[in-house]
Design a protein around this ligand. Structure first.
Ligand SMILES: [Zn+2]
Length: 376
């Protein structure tokens, strides 16, 4: 009996031991895996930033959750509660669409167009998905954003920090409605115009950033500060070697420039005095009609080079708007400005004017005509 039962018992015992051992090994393997995975998961959590940390500096449009998805496009002729809601929102932002009667008529359409212009949207007067999204977000720019220099609207996310310097509202080169003062052949410098605070650029500016060609060049301090901010950014972008060849000019100086041009045309081209005077007007402004009288314009050049086509020219054409400057005279707008294209002549107007003019492709005359709210 003992000899027969003993091996049987031993076999059963061994089998149980094996199963137990296998279970222990399996449990141990699983435990190790879980322990190894745990730090991996927490590492991944730590490496995945919250959306707020990633997009914290970028303008976010938060659509109103109550806005139905794929909302119908509202346009002239639409009516109903959605139109009431639209009219109330436009009124809240200062666009004055008339009374909120739920009928989308001319007044509502005009208000939508003004809203779209100020907010850089296609100005078609219809409220589609993009317009609705902006309109009901907290990024919607109110009406006065285009007409007054401050408060500046949130800059668009361009990837680089955008300064939003705006001119002093009391500065003589700012109109009563907050828009930049125009000086051109049709609108000469007002009688008795007085500058605000001229500085000698050669003393005021960092010579490591910009060279001032003529030592006695003056300009308005606010404009020089904005210029230096822009040129420092250019240098940081690897574009340097800047020169200023002109800034503020008084009327007497402009008269001398003009007279010199007339006599050189008479001498070199054999023109009569009246013909030379007519010809001179195409390139040199008559005294009182030059924007340089304001002290907020700069002829920006590169020493010893023709400016058009240089990398400095390309940089300015692309970035000047972000610093409150406009390329004042272009070929496309010469019929309106009265001046031939000048690649080197930039005027500081501040924000938000420069960015709106750039976005909507308006020269200063067109901009003031469209957004001005006074007769000057
Ligand atoms: Zn100029």
């Amino acid at each position: 009996m003992n000899r027969r039962r003993s091996p049987y018992l031993t076999f059963k015992g061994l089998l149980a031991l094996c199963i137990l051992a296998a279970a222990v090994v399996l449990a141990a393997v699983l435990a190790v895996r879980v322990i190894r995975l745990a730090p991996q998961v927490s590492r991944e959590r730590a490496a995945t930033p919250t959306p707020a940390a990633v997009y914290g500096n970028v303008m976010q449009i938060t659509p109103d959750p109550s806005l139905p998805t794929a909302a119908p496009v509202l346009r002239k002729g639409s009516s109903g509660d959605e139109v009431v809601r639209l009219q109330r929102r436009l009124a809240e932002l200062g666009y004055n669409p008339g009374s909120p009667d739920g009928r989308f008529g001319n007044g509502t359409e005009e208000a939508v167009i003004r809203f779209q212009r100020v907010n850089g949207l296609e100005a078609d007067g219809r409220v589609g998905e993009l317009t609705a999204e902006r309109l009901y977000s907290d990024q919607a720019l109110p009406e006065q954003a285009a007409a007054t220099p401050s408060p500046a609207p949130t800059p668009e996310p361009t990837g680089t920090p955008v300064p939003t310097a705006a001119p002093d509202a009391r500065a003589p080169y700012v109109r009563a409605d907050g828009l930049p003062l125009i000086v051109n052949r049709k609108q000469p410098l007002p009688e008795g115009y007085r500058t605000l605070q001229l500085v000698t650029m050669n003393d005021y500016c960092d010579s490591g950033v910009v060279k001032i060609k003529y030592k006695d060049t003056l300009a308005e301090r606010e404009a020089v500060d904005a210029l230096m901010e822009m040129l420092r950014a250019a240098v940081a972008n690897g574009v340097g070697n800047w020169q200023i060849t002109a800034a503020y000019r008084d009327k007497a100086y402009q008269q001398r420039l003009f007279d010199n041009k007339v006599s050189s045309l008479m001498k070199d081209n054999g023109l009569s005095k009246s013909k030379a005077t007519q010809a001179a007007k195409k390139t040199v402004a008559d005294p009182g009609t030059s924007e340089h009288h304001l002290g907020t314009c700069f002829d920006i050049t590169v020493p010893g080079k023709s400016f058009a086509g240089t990398k400095q020219h390309k940089w300015l054409a692309e970035h000047c708007w972000d610093y409150g400057f406009i390329l004042r005279y272009t070929k496309e707008k010469s019929g309106i400005t009265g001046f031939s294209a000048e690649a080197w002549h930039y005027r500081w107007v501040g924000q938000p004017h420069a960015q709106i003019m750039h976005r909507e492709d308006l020269c200063l005359e067109e901009y003031v005509e469209q957004y001005g709210s006074q007769a000057e």
